[in-house]
Design a protein around this ligand. Structure first.
Ligand SMILES: [Zn+2]
Ligand SMILES: [Zn+2]
Length: 284
């Protein structure tokens, strides 16, 4: 298996628009493991388009339970099952992930039961196991170590950055967070930092467009990171490559790659990618 990071959905927030990017999900292939990080709407299509046979699904990590990160977790697991999944899948998520999965299976029990009886499939509910984690070590197996850092994403308290380490390589996902300096320590020396980012001018336009006014602006400013501050984290951490992710705005044609690069000019002069759906980066 090639070792790569693929941004499957680069958009922050659950809404989608014609021809626009999809909400947050990523694929990380490292150390022979296939890892899905977050399952926003579109994750299943994104994996298929990235060339991943769904029945080879292996590990799934959910950073927090906002719908733009978890809406399609059930849909992904169920679709993988109908595509022939017969090996165990392990899901790791914060408190509440077990209830999500239990309730998803209840919602789909007609379909699951009928496919077991009619098509002779194994029971999906037996194939999937869910582990809930909090801050600290999450997973350690075959040289792949995963750890979590609680980040600052009010009012959500169970929200975690994740660090994947294998054979000296480290890839860190910020998850959703306000500017959070301890993240620099957590991401120290990482090869790749996938950090959420927001453009202030874009927020003004978004607030106008969606009509939620000041309330939306307050939420965004209190719980997300401006692009220049994502650059500050990357700089303090000394990472090799900064990939901007969970873009706000992601689908406003007024703002293109040059606006993101401009926003980071003063804070980050290293390798920079403005994430987009389907972006793939080989891991050296
Ligand atoms: Zn989000
Ligand atoms: Zn969130």
């Amino acid at each position: 298996m090639s070792e790569r990071l693929v941004i499957l959905g680069a958009k922050g927030g659950p809404a989608i628009r014609p021809g626009g990017p999809m909400p947050t999900s990523s694929l990380l292939e490292i150390g022979g493991r296939r890892i899905v990080v977050d399952c926003g709407l579109g994750v299943t299509r994104g994996l298929v388009d990235a060339g991943v046979p769904l029945k080879t699904l292996d590990l799934v990590f959910i950073t927090h339970l906002h719908s733009d990160h978890v809406l399609e977790l059930g849909g992904l697991l169920h679709t993988a099952w109908t595509a022939g999944l017969s090996t165990p899948v392990r899901v790791f998520g914060p408190a509440g992930t077990k209830a999500y999965w239990r309730n998803f299976c209840m919602a789909l029990d007609f379909d699951i039961d009928i496919r077991i009886a009619d098509e002779g499939r194994p029971d999906l509910r037996d194939l999937v196991s869910v582990d809930e984690f909090s801050e600290g070590p999450v997973f350690d197996e075959g040289g792949l170590a995963v750890s979590a850092l609680r980040v600052d994403h009010p009012p959500v308290t169970e929200c975690y950055a994740l660090r994947f380490a294998h054979g000296g390589r480290r890839i860190v996902f910020s998850s959703d967070t306000a500017y959070f300096p301890p993240l620099a320590n957590f991401a120290r020396g990482a090869d790749i930092l996938v950090h959420e980012a927001m453009l202030e001018a874009g927020v003004d336009r978004l607030v106008e467009r969606t009509g939620n006014g000041e309330r939306l602006r307050q939420h965004l400013m209190a719980s997300h990171t401006l692009a220049r501050d994502a650059g500050r984290i990357a700089g303090a951490a000394g990472v090799g490559h900064l990939v901007l992710h969970h873009l706000i705005p992601a689908d406003d044609p007024t703002f293109g790659e040059e606006h993101w690069r401009e926003a980071l000019r003063a804070s980050w002069d290293g390798l920079l990618t403005v994430g987009h759906d389907g972006f793939s980066l080989a891991i050296a």
